[in-house]
Design a protein around this ligand. Sequence first.
Ligand SMILES: *[C@@H]1O[C@H](CO)[C@@H](O)[C@H](O)[C@H]1NC(C)=O
Ligand SMILES: *[C@@H]1O[C@H](CO)[C@@H](O)[C@H](O)[C@H]1NC(C)=O
Ligand SMILES: *[C@@H]1O[C@H](CO)[C@@H](O)[C@H](O)[C@H]1NC(C)=O
Ligand SMILES: *[C@@H]1O[C@H](CO)[C@@H](O)[C@H](O)[C@H]1NC(C)=O
Length: 497
Amino acid sequence: MSRILDILAATLVICFTVGLDALPFHSLIKSKQHQVGLSSTDPQFTEKYFTQILDHFNFNSMGNGSFQQRYLITDKYWKTGYGPIFFYTGNEGDIWEFALNSGFIIELAAQQGALVIFAEHRYYGKSLPFGEDSFHIPEVGLLTVEQALADYAVMITELKQELVASDCPVIVFGGSYGGMLSVYMRLKYPNIVAGALAASAPILSTAGLGDPRQFFRDVTADFQNISPECSDAVRGAFGQLKELAERQDYSLIKEKFALCKAPSSPQDVHQLNGLLRNAFTLMAMLDYPYSTHFMGDMPANPVKVGCDTMLSGPDLLTNLRNTAGIVYNSTGELTCFNLYKLFVECADPTGCGLGFNSMAWDYQACTEIDLCFESNNVTDMFPPMFFTEEDRESYCTKRWGVVPRPNWLKVHFWGDDLFTASNIIFSNGDLDPWANGGVRKSLSSSLVAINISGGAHHLDLRGSNDADPGSVIKARKTESQLIEEWVKMEKTRLKHL
Ligand SMILES: *[C@@H]1O[C@H](CO)[C@@H](O)[C@H](O)[C@H]1NC(C)=O
Ligand SMILES: *[C@@H]1O[C@H](CO)[C@@H](O)[C@H](O)[C@H]1NC(C)=O
Ligand SMILES: *[C@@H]1O[C@H](CO)[C@@H](O)[C@H](O)[C@H]1NC(C)=O
Ligand SMILES: *[C@@H]1O[C@H](CO)[C@@H](O)[C@H](O)[C@H]1NC(C)=O
Protein backbone atom coordinates (compact mmCIF):
# COMPACT_ATOMS: atom_id res chain seq x y z
CA MET A 1 0.00 0.00 0.00
CA SER A 2 1.30 3.30 -0.51
CA ARG A 3 0.76 6.84 -0.18
CA ILE A 4 1.00 10.20 0.76
CA LEU A 5 -1.28 12.33 2.47
CA ASP A 6 -1.99 14.83 4.71
CA ILE A 7 -4.64 13.83 6.76
CA LEU A 8 -6.73 16.07 8.87
CA ALA A 9 -4.39 18.98 8.68
CA ALA A 10 -4.67 20.71 5.42
CA THR A 11 -1.07 20.33 4.44
CA LEU A 12 -0.37 18.04 1.55
CA VAL A 13 2.82 16.15 1.74
CA ILE A 14 3.62 14.39 -1.47
CA CYS A 15 5.68 11.30 -0.99
CA PHE A 16 6.49 8.59 -3.39
CA THR A 17 4.50 5.59 -2.67
CA VAL A 18 5.17 2.02 -3.16
CA GLY A 19 3.66 -1.15 -2.06
CA LEU A 20 0.74 -3.43 -2.27
CA ASP A 21 -2.33 -1.45 -2.97
CA ALA A 22 -1.89 2.15 -2.51
CA LEU A 23 -1.44 5.12 -4.57
CA PRO A 24 0.20 8.40 -4.58
CA PHE A 25 -2.00 11.33 -4.00
CA HIS A 26 -0.91 13.23 -7.07
CA SER A 27 -1.99 10.42 -9.34
CA LEU A 28 -5.25 10.33 -7.46
CA ILE A 29 -5.98 13.93 -8.19
CA LYS A 30 -5.11 13.44 -11.82
CA SER A 31 -7.37 10.47 -12.22
CA LYS A 32 -10.24 12.20 -10.49
CA GLN A 33 -10.14 14.83 -13.17
CA HIS A 34 -10.19 12.29 -15.95
CA GLN A 35 -12.78 10.18 -14.27
CA VAL A 36 -12.88 6.47 -14.66
CA GLY A 37 -11.19 4.60 -17.35
CA LEU A 38 -11.52 4.33 -21.01
CA SER A 39 -15.07 3.28 -21.29
CA SER A 40 -17.47 6.09 -21.97
CA THR A 41 -19.07 5.42 -18.62
CA ASP A 42 -18.71 8.17 -16.09
CA PRO A 43 -20.27 6.74 -12.96
CA GLN A 44 -20.63 10.11 -11.22
CA PHE A 45 -19.89 8.89 -7.74
CA THR A 46 -21.13 10.87 -4.80
CA GLU A 47 -18.79 10.85 -1.80
CA LYS A 48 -20.60 10.28 1.49
CA TYR A 49 -19.96 9.36 5.12
CA PHE A 50 -21.64 6.67 7.17
CA THR A 51 -21.86 6.84 10.95
CA GLN A 52 -20.24 3.56 11.87
CA ILE A 53 -19.94 1.65 15.13
CA LEU A 54 -16.40 1.88 16.53
CA ASP A 55 -16.22 -1.53 18.14
CA HIS A 56 -18.70 -4.13 16.92
CA PHE A 57 -17.61 -6.68 19.45
CA ASN A 58 -17.55 -4.84 22.74
CA PHE A 59 -20.46 -2.90 24.18
CA ASN A 60 -18.45 -1.43 26.99
CA SER A 61 -15.10 -0.01 25.99
CA MET A 62 -13.37 2.82 24.24
CA GLY A 63 -15.31 1.46 21.28
CA ASN A 64 -18.52 2.78 22.76
CA GLY A 65 -18.91 5.37 20.07
CA SER A 66 -18.90 5.92 16.35
CA PHE A 67 -16.72 7.21 13.54
CA GLN A 68 -17.32 8.56 10.08
CA GLN A 69 -16.69 5.98 7.37
CA ARG A 70 -16.36 7.21 3.82
CA TYR A 71 -18.08 5.59 0.86
CA LEU A 72 -18.77 6.38 -2.78
CA ILE A 73 -22.12 5.67 -4.33
CA THR A 74 -23.75 5.97 -7.73
CA ASP A 75 -27.28 5.10 -8.77
CA LYS A 76 -26.70 6.18 -12.34
CA TYR A 77 -27.35 2.66 -13.69
CA TRP A 78 -29.63 1.37 -10.97
CA LYS A 79 -33.05 -0.04 -11.73
CA THR A 80 -34.29 1.69 -8.62
CA GLY A 81 -35.42 -0.63 -5.86
CA TYR A 82 -35.03 -3.65 -8.13
CA GLY A 83 -31.52 -4.00 -9.55
CA PRO A 84 -28.69 -5.58 -7.55
CA ILE A 85 -26.19 -3.77 -5.36
CA PHE A 86 -22.52 -4.08 -6.33
CA PHE A 87 -20.47 -3.40 -3.22
CA TYR A 88 -16.68 -3.02 -3.31
CA THR A 89 -15.11 -4.09 -0.02
CA GLY A 90 -12.42 -1.43 0.23
CA ASN A 91 -8.90 -2.46 1.02
CA GLU A 92 -5.71 -0.82 2.21
CA GLY A 93 -5.92 2.59 0.64
CA ASP A 94 -7.90 5.64 -0.33
CA ILE A 95 -11.22 4.39 -1.71
CA TRP A 96 -11.06 6.69 -4.73
CA GLU A 97 -7.99 4.78 -5.89
CA PHE A 98 -9.95 1.57 -6.11
CA ALA A 99 -13.05 3.18 -7.58
CA LEU A 100 -10.98 4.79 -10.31
CA ASN A 101 -9.20 1.56 -11.14
CA SER A 102 -12.14 -0.86 -11.16
CA GLY A 103 -14.03 0.17 -14.27
CA PHE A 104 -15.30 -3.36 -14.88
CA ILE A 105 -17.67 -3.02 -11.92
CA ILE A 106 -19.17 0.09 -13.51
CA GLU A 107 -19.48 -1.59 -16.90
CA LEU A 108 -21.21 -4.53 -15.25
CA ALA A 109 -23.53 -2.22 -13.32
CA ALA A 110 -24.52 -0.55 -16.58
CA GLN A 111 -25.36 -3.98 -18.05
CA GLN A 112 -27.20 -5.33 -15.02
CA GLY A 113 -28.90 -2.20 -13.70
CA ALA A 114 -26.96 -2.17 -10.43
CA LEU A 115 -26.40 0.35 -7.67
CA VAL A 116 -22.65 0.70 -7.01
CA ILE A 117 -21.03 1.38 -3.66
CA PHE A 118 -17.30 1.58 -2.90
CA ALA A 119 -16.74 1.51 0.87
CA GLU A 120 -13.51 2.67 2.46
CA HIS A 121 -11.77 0.34 4.91
CA ARG A 122 -11.51 1.66 8.46
CA TYR A 123 -8.11 3.23 9.28
CA TYR A 124 -7.41 4.06 5.61
CA GLY A 125 -7.95 7.14 3.52
CA LYS A 126 -10.31 9.45 5.32
CA SER A 127 -11.94 6.78 7.46
CA LEU A 128 -9.72 7.26 10.50
CA PRO A 129 -11.65 6.43 13.67
CA PHE A 130 -9.42 8.53 15.91
CA GLY A 131 -8.12 11.05 13.40
CA GLU A 132 -4.39 11.53 13.60
CA ASP A 133 -4.29 9.48 16.80
CA SER A 134 -5.53 6.38 14.99
CA PHE A 135 -2.04 4.87 14.83
CA HIS A 136 -1.29 5.24 18.49
CA ILE A 137 -1.50 2.35 20.90
CA PRO A 138 -4.17 1.43 21.98
CA GLU A 139 -6.30 3.32 19.40
CA VAL A 140 -4.93 1.18 16.55
CA GLY A 141 -6.39 -1.89 18.24
CA LEU A 142 -9.76 -1.54 16.52
CA LEU A 143 -8.11 -2.20 13.18
CA THR A 144 -8.95 -5.82 12.47
CA VAL A 145 -10.32 -7.77 9.54
CA GLU A 146 -13.33 -8.73 11.66
CA GLN A 147 -14.21 -5.11 12.45
CA ALA A 148 -13.86 -4.17 8.78
CA LEU A 149 -16.21 -6.96 7.70
CA ALA A 150 -18.73 -6.00 10.37
CA ASP A 151 -18.53 -2.39 9.13
CA TYR A 152 -19.48 -3.54 5.65
CA ALA A 153 -22.27 -5.79 6.92
CA VAL A 154 -23.77 -2.98 9.01
CA MET A 155 -23.37 -0.45 6.23
CA ILE A 156 -25.04 -2.67 3.63
CA THR A 157 -27.91 -3.43 5.97
CA GLU A 158 -28.60 0.19 6.86
CA LEU A 159 -28.13 1.55 3.35
CA LYS A 160 -30.54 -1.04 1.98
CA GLN A 161 -33.13 0.18 4.43
CA GLU A 162 -32.48 3.81 3.65
CA LEU A 163 -32.64 3.20 -0.11
CA VAL A 164 -35.72 0.98 0.09
CA ALA A 165 -33.72 -1.84 -1.47
CA SER A 166 -34.52 -4.78 0.77
CA ASP A 167 -35.21 -7.06 -2.22
CA CYS A 168 -32.00 -6.15 -4.01
CA PRO A 169 -29.31 -8.85 -4.01
CA VAL A 170 -25.85 -7.76 -2.93
CA ILE A 171 -22.71 -8.91 -4.74
CA VAL A 172 -19.34 -8.00 -3.24
CA PHE A 173 -16.23 -7.24 -5.25
CA GLY A 174 -12.62 -6.78 -4.28
CA GLY A 175 -9.07 -6.97 -5.56
CA SER A 176 -6.06 -8.25 -3.63
CA TYR A 177 -6.70 -7.83 0.12
CA GLY A 178 -10.06 -6.37 -0.96
CA GLY A 179 -10.72 -9.69 -2.71
CA MET A 180 -9.90 -11.53 0.50
CA LEU A 181 -12.48 -9.36 2.26
CA SER A 182 -15.02 -10.24 -0.43
CA VAL A 183 -14.43 -13.94 0.15
CA TYR A 184 -14.73 -13.47 3.90
CA MET A 185 -17.96 -11.46 3.52
CA ARG A 186 -19.55 -14.36 1.68
CA LEU A 187 -18.28 -16.84 4.28
CA LYS A 188 -19.37 -14.82 7.31
CA TYR A 189 -22.45 -12.98 6.07
CA PRO A 190 -24.19 -15.16 3.46
CA ASN A 191 -27.41 -13.69 4.82
CA ILE A 192 -26.36 -10.32 3.44
CA VAL A 193 -24.10 -11.16 0.50
CA ALA A 194 -25.23 -13.40 -2.38
CA GLY A 195 -21.84 -13.84 -4.03
CA ALA A 196 -18.30 -12.56 -4.31
CA LEU A 197 -15.88 -11.75 -7.09
CA ALA A 198 -12.47 -12.08 -5.46
CA ALA A 199 -9.85 -10.89 -7.90
CA SER A 200 -6.21 -11.74 -7.13
CA ALA A 201 -7.06 -12.60 -3.55
CA PRO A 202 -4.14 -14.41 -1.87
CA ILE A 203 -6.28 -16.04 0.79
CA LEU A 204 -3.95 -19.02 1.14
CA SER A 205 -0.49 -17.46 1.33
CA THR A 206 -1.66 -14.78 3.76
CA ALA A 207 -3.04 -17.52 5.99
CA GLY A 208 0.42 -19.04 6.17
CA LEU A 209 -0.47 -21.80 3.70
CA GLY A 210 2.12 -22.28 1.05
CA ASP A 211 5.75 -21.71 0.34
CA PRO A 212 7.46 -18.55 1.65
CA ARG A 213 9.63 -18.59 -1.49
CA GLN A 214 6.63 -18.49 -3.83
CA PHE A 215 6.18 -14.73 -4.10
CA PHE A 216 9.67 -13.66 -5.18
CA ARG A 217 10.07 -16.79 -7.26
CA ASP A 218 7.03 -15.71 -9.26
CA VAL A 219 8.26 -12.11 -9.54
CA THR A 220 11.48 -13.56 -10.95
CA ALA A 221 9.59 -15.80 -13.38
CA ASP A 222 7.95 -12.76 -14.97
CA PHE A 223 11.34 -11.29 -15.83
CA GLN A 224 12.81 -14.63 -16.80
CA ASN A 225 9.91 -15.20 -19.18
CA ILE A 226 10.83 -12.06 -21.06
CA SER A 227 14.31 -13.56 -21.41
CA PRO A 228 16.70 -15.54 -19.22
CA GLU A 229 19.32 -12.85 -19.98
CA CYS A 230 17.08 -10.41 -18.19
CA SER A 231 16.85 -12.29 -14.89
CA ASP A 232 20.56 -13.16 -15.19
CA ALA A 233 21.37 -9.47 -15.54
CA VAL A 234 19.35 -8.63 -12.44
CA ARG A 235 21.05 -11.40 -10.46
CA GLY A 236 24.42 -10.27 -11.76
CA ALA A 237 23.77 -6.66 -10.77
CA PHE A 238 22.78 -7.63 -7.23
CA GLY A 239 25.91 -9.78 -7.09
CA GLN A 240 28.09 -6.81 -8.05
CA LEU A 241 26.38 -4.68 -5.45
CA LYS A 242 27.14 -7.34 -2.87
CA GLU A 243 30.82 -7.31 -3.83
CA LEU A 244 31.03 -3.55 -3.52
CA ALA A 245 29.36 -3.77 -0.12
CA GLU A 246 31.81 -6.44 1.02
CA ARG A 247 34.69 -4.18 0.00
CA GLN A 248 32.87 -1.34 1.76
CA ASP A 249 33.23 0.71 -1.40
CA TYR A 250 30.39 2.91 -0.27
CA SER A 251 31.31 5.88 -2.42
CA LEU A 252 31.07 3.81 -5.61
CA ILE A 253 27.68 2.48 -4.44
CA LYS A 254 26.54 6.04 -3.89
CA GLU A 255 27.69 7.04 -7.35
CA LYS A 256 26.29 4.04 -9.22
CA PHE A 257 22.89 4.26 -7.57
CA ALA A 258 22.69 8.06 -7.51
CA LEU A 259 22.06 7.94 -3.76
CA CYS A 260 21.50 11.21 -1.92
CA LYS A 261 23.83 10.03 0.82
CA ALA A 262 26.55 7.40 0.77
CA PRO A 263 25.67 4.24 2.68
CA SER A 264 27.78 3.69 5.76
CA SER A 265 26.72 0.33 7.11
CA PRO A 266 25.42 -3.11 6.14
CA GLN A 267 22.03 -1.85 7.29
CA ASP A 268 22.09 0.87 4.61
CA VAL A 269 22.98 -1.71 1.97
CA HIS A 270 20.16 -3.93 3.19
CA GLN A 271 17.83 -0.96 2.82
CA LEU A 272 19.08 -0.37 -0.74
CA ASN A 273 18.49 -4.03 -1.59
CA GLY A 274 14.95 -3.78 -0.22
CA LEU A 275 14.23 -0.65 -2.21
CA LEU A 276 15.54 -2.21 -5.42
CA ARG A 277 13.69 -5.49 -4.92
CA ASN A 278 10.50 -3.55 -4.32
CA ALA A 279 10.74 -1.93 -7.74
CA PHE A 280 10.67 -5.39 -9.38
CA THR A 281 7.74 -6.42 -7.19
CA LEU A 282 5.71 -3.45 -8.37
CA MET A 283 6.58 -3.89 -12.04
CA ALA A 284 5.51 -7.54 -11.84
CA MET A 285 2.25 -6.81 -10.02
CA LEU A 286 1.32 -3.93 -12.28
CA ASP A 287 2.40 -5.51 -15.56
CA TYR A 288 -0.62 -4.25 -17.47
CA PRO A 289 -0.58 -3.98 -21.27
CA TYR A 290 -1.25 -0.24 -21.13
CA SER A 291 0.08 2.54 -18.92
CA THR A 292 -1.64 2.99 -15.57
CA HIS A 293 -1.85 5.34 -12.59
CA PHE A 294 -2.50 2.79 -9.90
CA MET A 295 0.02 2.57 -7.05
CA GLY A 296 2.16 5.04 -8.90
CA ASP A 297 2.67 5.66 -12.58
CA MET A 298 3.61 2.69 -14.73
CA PRO A 299 4.38 2.47 -18.41
CA ALA A 300 2.63 -0.18 -20.53
CA ASN A 301 4.23 -3.61 -20.03
CA PRO A 302 6.61 -2.48 -17.27
CA VAL A 303 8.32 -5.89 -17.00
CA LYS A 304 9.29 -5.69 -20.65
CA VAL A 305 10.43 -2.09 -20.17
CA GLY A 306 12.39 -3.19 -17.09
CA CYS A 307 14.15 -5.94 -19.04
CA ASP A 308 14.97 -3.61 -21.90
CA THR A 309 16.47 -1.21 -19.37
CA MET A 310 18.43 -3.96 -17.59
CA LEU A 311 19.97 -5.02 -20.90
CA SER A 312 20.66 -1.76 -22.65
CA GLY A 313 22.77 0.56 -20.50
CA PRO A 314 26.50 0.95 -19.99
CA ASP A 315 26.92 -1.48 -17.06
CA LEU A 316 24.81 -3.68 -14.82
CA LEU A 317 24.75 -1.38 -11.79
CA THR A 318 23.72 1.66 -13.81
CA ASN A 319 21.11 -0.46 -15.55
CA LEU A 320 19.75 -1.63 -12.22
CA ARG A 321 19.46 1.96 -11.01
CA ASN A 322 17.64 2.97 -14.19
CA THR A 323 15.32 0.00 -13.88
CA ALA A 324 14.45 1.02 -10.32
CA GLY A 325 13.89 4.49 -11.77
CA ILE A 326 10.93 3.17 -13.79
CA VAL A 327 9.16 2.93 -10.44
CA TYR A 328 10.77 5.62 -8.29
CA ASN A 329 11.53 8.16 -10.97
CA SER A 330 8.43 7.96 -13.16
CA THR A 331 8.25 11.74 -13.18
CA GLY A 332 11.83 12.00 -14.42
CA GLU A 333 12.34 14.58 -11.70
CA LEU A 334 14.10 12.53 -9.05
CA THR A 335 17.50 14.10 -8.39
CA CYS A 336 18.81 11.31 -6.17
CA PHE A 337 17.54 8.19 -4.41
CA ASN A 338 16.78 8.81 -0.76
CA LEU A 339 17.05 5.32 0.70
CA TYR A 340 14.84 5.74 3.72
CA LYS A 341 12.26 8.07 2.18
CA LEU A 342 11.47 6.16 -1.00
CA PHE A 343 11.05 2.86 0.75
CA VAL A 344 10.12 1.85 4.26
CA GLU A 345 10.78 -1.64 5.49
CA CYS A 346 7.83 -3.12 7.36
CA ALA A 347 6.10 -6.37 8.23
CA ASP A 348 5.21 -6.88 4.57
CA PRO A 349 8.29 -7.78 2.50
CA THR A 350 6.32 -6.92 -0.64
CA GLY A 351 6.10 -3.32 0.54
CA CYS A 352 3.83 -1.22 2.74
CA GLY A 353 4.18 2.07 0.92
CA LEU A 354 4.48 5.31 2.81
CA GLY A 355 2.35 7.55 5.00
CA PHE A 356 -0.61 6.73 7.25
CA ASN A 357 -2.03 3.98 5.04
CA SER A 358 1.27 2.13 5.25
CA MET A 359 1.15 2.23 9.03
CA ALA A 360 -2.29 0.67 8.98
CA TRP A 361 -1.08 -2.06 6.63
CA ASP A 362 2.02 -2.68 8.72
CA TYR A 363 -0.22 -3.18 11.74
CA GLN A 364 -2.42 -5.63 9.85
CA ALA A 365 0.67 -7.51 8.67
CA CYS A 366 1.72 -7.63 12.33
CA THR A 367 -1.54 -9.13 13.52
CA GLU A 368 -3.71 -11.23 11.21
CA ILE A 369 -2.27 -11.03 7.67
CA ASP A 370 0.78 -13.25 7.33
CA LEU A 371 3.25 -12.04 4.70
CA CYS A 372 6.41 -13.92 5.60
CA PHE A 373 7.92 -14.09 2.11
CA GLU A 374 11.64 -14.49 1.51
CA SER A 375 14.06 -14.03 -1.35
CA ASN A 376 17.18 -16.20 -1.41
CA ASN A 377 19.09 -15.82 -4.72
CA VAL A 378 18.41 -19.48 -5.53
CA THR A 379 14.72 -19.82 -6.26
CA ASP A 380 14.68 -16.15 -7.24
CA MET A 381 17.04 -13.50 -8.65
CA PHE A 382 17.17 -11.32 -5.53
CA PRO A 383 19.69 -11.10 -2.70
CA PRO A 384 18.98 -13.37 0.23
CA MET A 385 16.52 -11.46 2.43
CA PHE A 386 14.67 -13.55 4.93
CA PHE A 387 11.58 -12.68 6.91
CA THR A 388 10.67 -15.58 9.15
CA GLU A 389 7.84 -15.85 11.66
CA GLU A 390 10.49 -15.16 14.33
CA ASP A 391 11.61 -11.99 12.52
CA ARG A 392 7.99 -10.95 12.22
CA GLU A 393 7.27 -11.51 15.86
CA SER A 394 10.30 -9.62 17.05
CA TYR A 395 9.60 -6.67 14.71
CA CYS A 396 5.90 -6.51 15.58
CA THR A 397 6.46 -6.75 19.29
CA LYS A 398 8.83 -3.80 19.11
CA ARG A 399 6.88 -1.71 16.62
CA TRP A 400 3.31 -2.23 17.80
CA GLY A 401 3.48 -4.18 21.05
CA VAL A 402 1.61 -7.07 19.44
CA VAL A 403 2.36 -10.74 18.91
CA PRO A 404 1.20 -11.93 15.47
CA ARG A 405 -1.11 -14.95 15.22
CA PRO A 406 0.16 -16.85 12.19
CA ASN A 407 -2.70 -19.34 12.36
CA TRP A 408 -5.63 -17.03 12.85
CA LEU A 409 -6.83 -16.53 9.27
CA LYS A 410 -6.76 -20.27 8.79
CA VAL A 411 -8.86 -20.87 11.89
CA HIS A 412 -11.25 -17.97 11.47
CA PHE A 413 -11.66 -17.78 7.70
CA TRP A 414 -11.35 -21.47 6.87
CA GLY A 415 -7.93 -21.50 5.19
CA ASP A 416 -8.07 -23.88 2.23
CA ASP A 417 -11.02 -25.81 3.63
CA LEU A 418 -13.65 -23.92 1.64
CA PHE A 419 -15.72 -26.83 0.50
CA THR A 420 -18.94 -25.75 2.25
CA ALA A 421 -18.80 -22.23 0.84
CA SER A 422 -20.55 -21.16 -2.37
CA ASN A 423 -20.88 -18.40 -4.95
CA ILE A 424 -17.31 -17.18 -5.03
CA ILE A 425 -15.18 -16.46 -8.09
CA PHE A 426 -11.43 -16.62 -7.54
CA SER A 427 -9.80 -14.92 -10.50
CA ASN A 428 -6.05 -14.73 -10.98
CA GLY A 429 -3.69 -13.56 -13.69
CA ASP A 430 -0.67 -15.71 -14.42
CA LEU A 431 1.67 -12.68 -14.43
CA ASP A 432 0.66 -11.75 -10.90
CA PRO A 433 3.08 -12.84 -8.16
CA TRP A 434 0.09 -13.00 -5.79
CA ALA A 435 -1.76 -15.52 -7.97
CA ASN A 436 -0.21 -18.67 -6.55
CA GLY A 437 -1.10 -17.56 -3.05
CA GLY A 438 -4.75 -17.82 -4.02
CA VAL A 439 -7.24 -20.47 -5.13
CA ARG A 440 -6.28 -21.67 -8.63
CA LYS A 441 -8.66 -24.62 -9.05
CA SER A 442 -12.42 -24.64 -8.97
CA LEU A 443 -13.69 -26.37 -5.84
CA SER A 444 -17.30 -26.83 -6.91
CA SER A 445 -19.72 -25.52 -9.51
CA SER A 446 -20.15 -22.35 -7.46
CA LEU A 447 -16.56 -21.96 -6.24
CA VAL A 448 -15.05 -21.06 -9.55
CA ALA A 449 -11.38 -20.41 -10.27
CA ILE A 450 -10.56 -18.40 -13.38
CA ASN A 451 -7.09 -18.11 -14.93
CA ILE A 452 -6.30 -15.00 -16.88
CA SER A 453 -3.36 -15.71 -19.10
CA GLY A 454 -1.25 -12.61 -19.63
CA GLY A 455 -3.03 -10.93 -16.72
CA ALA A 456 -1.38 -8.99 -13.89
CA HIS A 457 -2.82 -8.04 -10.47
CA HIS A 458 -6.65 -8.00 -10.75
CA LEU A 459 -6.60 -6.93 -14.39
CA ASP A 460 -10.19 -8.19 -14.70
CA LEU A 461 -11.46 -5.49 -12.34
CA ARG A 462 -10.11 -2.75 -14.57
CA GLY A 463 -12.27 -1.17 -17.25
CA SER A 464 -12.16 -2.55 -20.78
CA ASN A 465 -9.18 -1.46 -22.85
CA ASP A 466 -8.21 -2.02 -26.48
CA ALA A 467 -4.98 -3.66 -25.31
CA ASP A 468 -6.80 -6.28 -23.17
CA PRO A 469 -5.77 -9.88 -23.89
CA GLY A 470 -8.56 -12.21 -25.02
CA SER A 471 -8.26 -14.09 -21.73
CA VAL A 472 -9.49 -11.16 -19.66
CA ILE A 473 -12.36 -10.44 -22.01
CA LYS A 474 -13.42 -14.06 -21.62
CA ALA A 475 -12.94 -13.95 -17.84
CA ARG A 476 -15.16 -10.88 -17.51
CA LYS A 477 -17.84 -12.61 -19.57
CA THR A 478 -17.80 -15.65 -17.30
CA GLU A 479 -17.86 -13.40 -14.24
CA SER A 480 -20.77 -11.44 -15.63
CA GLN A 481 -22.78 -14.62 -16.31
CA LEU A 482 -22.14 -16.11 -12.88
CA ILE A 483 -23.08 -12.88 -11.15
CA GLU A 484 -26.27 -12.61 -13.16
CA GLU A 485 -27.20 -16.14 -12.09
CA TRP A 486 -26.46 -15.45 -8.43
CA VAL A 487 -28.55 -12.30 -8.55
CA LYS A 488 -31.48 -14.24 -9.99
CA MET A 489 -31.21 -16.97 -7.36
CA GLU A 490 -30.97 -14.44 -4.57
CA LYS A 491 -34.02 -12.55 -5.84
CA THR A 492 -36.03 -15.71 -5.47
CA ARG A 493 -34.63 -16.38 -2.03
CA LEU A 494 -35.32 -12.86 -0.79
CA LYS A 495 -38.89 -12.99 -2.10
CA HIS A 496 -39.57 -16.04 0.03
CA LEU A 497 -38.09 -14.65 3.22
C1 LIG B 1 -21.42 4.24 26.46
O1 LIG B 1 -22.29 5.21 25.86
C2 LIG B 1 -23.43 5.51 26.64
C3 LIG B 1 -24.34 6.45 25.81
O2 LIG B 1 -23.60 7.49 25.25
C4 LIG B 1 -23.01 6.14 27.97
O3 LIG B 1 -24.15 6.42 28.77
C5 LIG B 1 -22.10 5.13 28.69
O4 LIG B 1 -21.60 5.70 29.88
C6 LIG B 1 -20.93 4.71 27.82
N1 LIG B 1 -20.18 3.64 28.46
C7 LIG B 1 -18.84 3.62 28.50
C8 LIG B 1 -18.21 2.45 29.19
O5 LIG B 1 -18.15 4.52 28.04
C1 LIG C 1 15.37 10.55 -13.29
O1 LIG C 1 15.02 10.59 -14.65
C2 LIG C 1 15.61 11.64 -15.36
C3 LIG C 1 15.04 11.63 -16.77
O2 LIG C 1 15.26 10.41 -17.37
C4 LIG C 1 17.14 11.48 -15.34
O3 LIG C 1 17.75 12.54 -16.02
C5 LIG C 1 17.59 11.45 -13.88
O4 LIG C 1 18.98 11.18 -13.83
C6 LIG C 1 16.86 10.37 -13.12
N1 LIG C 1 17.20 10.45 -11.69
C7 LIG C 1 17.90 9.50 -11.07
C8 LIG C 1 18.18 9.72 -9.62
O5 LIG C 1 18.30 8.48 -11.60
C1 LIG D 1 23.89 -15.08 -5.93
O1 LIG D 1 24.46 -16.33 -6.22
C2 LIG D 1 25.58 -16.28 -7.10
C3 LIG D 1 26.04 -17.68 -7.36
O2 LIG D 1 24.98 -18.43 -7.89
C4 LIG D 1 26.68 -15.45 -6.49
O3 LIG D 1 27.74 -15.33 -7.41
C5 LIG D 1 26.16 -14.07 -6.14
O4 LIG D 1 27.12 -13.35 -5.43
C6 LIG D 1 24.92 -14.19 -5.27
N1 LIG D 1 24.34 -12.86 -5.11
C7 LIG D 1 24.00 -12.34 -3.94
C8 LIG D 1 23.44 -10.97 -3.93
O5 LIG D 1 24.13 -12.95 -2.89
C1 LIG E 1 -4.85 -22.23 -13.66
O1 LIG E 1 -3.44 -22.30 -13.79
C2 LIG E 1 -2.83 -23.04 -12.74
C3 LIG E 1 -1.34 -22.85 -12.85
O2 LIG E 1 -0.92 -23.04 -14.17
C4 LIG E 1 -3.29 -24.48 -12.82
O3 LIG E 1 -2.67 -25.25 -11.81
C5 LIG E 1 -4.80 -24.53 -12.65
O4 LIG E 1 -5.29 -25.81 -12.80
C6 LIG E 1 -5.48 -23.59 -13.66
N1 LIG E 1 -6.87 -23.48 -13.24
C7 LIG E 1 -7.89 -23.42 -14.08
C8 LIG E 1 -9.21 -23.22 -13.48
O5 LIG E 1 -7.74 -23.52 -15.29
